[in-house]
Design a protein around this ligand. Structure first.
Ligand SMILES: [Ca+2]
Ligand SMILES: [Ca+2]
Ligand SMILES: [Ca+2]
Length: 422
């Protein structure tokens, strides 16, 4: 009896000190384990309860524990244990699996938003949604791109409308220099039709703010947001500096807080740099893709991503395994953060959806999360948003992967306090 008591105390103290280990790829409760006892043996632990009248016990640890550590510690202390396994979670096999957070029928395609198989690779947005943090229509995100299919049924609710402009009367009613600009502007053809003839901008828009819970398509990071379409890339995906500068100026006039720029190139432009820097004075965060050449931007700059400005955040692409995608540019100093960019399912032309890959798809995740942050804290400056996003990212790569939940709740993984950034 005396020996039994000593054994109990030993096991209890060890259970309390079990450490969290590597992420388990299947879903299981991380502090609960099922212990099978050998036939006709007695088993007692203060933190284990018999499951019914079976020879199974449910062991609860005080903190997250790995199955490996539980097995090694418990089996060496108690020879009556036959085996130990995690308390796995199973799911129903009907078609509603994976759609419980939103009712959008294709949401299960979005590993970037909710990854049920490799949970840590997603951006940790779902728990924010559950808290009711779903964005605000007051936040304007300008997408300077190939335009946006603003009649798309999963986008139209969240497209910016210029309420001070009367449509189709040939008059610049709000005096902003642009006639009949209701839903942004087309800087390629210099007219009010900012529709997309490429598909690139429409894809970015869906990630930032596709309508949620409309039983259709996908859900964007923001359920509520105002997306401002500014077309500067042509149908082939090329755009000139002059039009980028005009689009930035337009975004400033209309009160955008974020610019998504999923494009770039090799040449440095002082004019583009100055235009982006001037946008900082209007508290505009400039989110841009790091590029898809698999290169180190610290050594070979890619612009505008490599501009060393307080409001520029440069985004690498991560993949389903939570690694930097092999095509993504990187750079410990000049690339600030990573976000899912591989096989991203989002809105496409002709009311459709498609899967695309690239740092172009990664940047809208950062724009979307920044918009959520602004919906919670409207007075955050671009530099503070940038710092928050970097510090709260998960240190899974040399470049941290964005964590929306951490960003909003100011949770800072310890390793990231040493991360270098501009
Ligand atoms: Ca106008
Ligand atoms: Ca008008
Ligand atoms: Ca939807």
């Amino acid at each position: 009896m005396k020996f039994f008591k000593i054994l109990l105390i030993l096991i209890y103290s060890l259970c309390a000190n079990f450490q969290a280990n590597a992420a388990i790829s299947v879903i299981a409760k991380s502090d609960e384990f099922i212990v099978k006892i050998k036939k006709n043996r007695l088993f007692f632990l203060p933190n284990a309860n018999q499951i019914g009248s079976s020879s199974f016990y449910l062991l609860k640890t005080k903190s997250k524990s790995s199955i490996v550590s539980v097995r090694s510690k418990l089996k060496t202390l108690n020879s009556d244990v036959e085996y130990i396994e995690p308390n796995y979670i199973y799911h129903s096999t009907d078609t509603t699996y994976g759609k419980s957070v939103v009712n959008d029928v294709d949401f299960r395609e979005n590993w970037n938003l909710q990854n049920l198989y490799s949970k840590n690779a997603d951006i940790h947005i779902v728990d924010l949604w559950r808290e009711g943090i779903v964005g605000n229509q007051k936040t304007i995100v300008a997408i300077i791109d190939s335009g946006i299919d603003y009649h798309h049924p999963d986008l139209k609710k969240n497209i910016y409308t210029n309420s001070k402009e009367i449509p189709d009367n040939g008059i610049d009613d709000d005096g902003n220099g642009y006639i009949d600009d209701i839903h942004g502007w087309n800087f390629v053809d210099n007219n009010s039709n900012a529709n997309d003839d490429n598909g690139h901008g429409t894809h970015c828009a869906g990630t930032i703010g596709a309508e949620a819970n409309n039983s259709f398509g996908i859900a964007g990071i923001n359920w509520n947001v105002s997306i401002l379409p500014l077309k500067f890339l042509d149908s082939q995906g090329y755009g000139e500096t002059k039009n980028a500068i005009l689009a930035i100026e337009y975004a400033r006039k209309m009160g955008a807080k974020i610019i998504n720029a999923s494009w770039g190139g090799d040449p440095f432009s002082q004019a583009l740099s100055d235009a982006i820097q001037e946008a900082n004075s209007d508290n505009i965060l400039f989110v841009t893709s790091a590029g898809n050449n698999g290169m180190n931007n610290d050594l070979t700059p890619f612009y505008p991503a490599s501009l060393n400005l307080p409001n520029v955040i440069s985004v690498a692409a991560s993949n389903e395994s939570d690694k930097i995608a092999n095509y993504s540019n990187y750079g410990q100093k000049s690339v600030h953060i990573s976000a899912p960019g591989n096989n991203i399912f989002s809105t496409a032309l002709q009311d459709g959806f498609e899967t695309l890959s690239g740092t172009s798809m990664a940047a809208p995740h950062i724009s979307g999360i920044a918009a959520l942050l602004i919906s919670q804290e409207p007075n955050l400056t671009p530099a503070l948003i940038k710092e928050r996003l970097i510090k709260s990212s998960d240190p899974v790569n040399v470049i941290g992967r964005v964590n929306a939940y951490n960003a909003v709740h100011r949770h800072y993984p310890i390793k990231n306090t040493r991360m270098k950034h501009k």
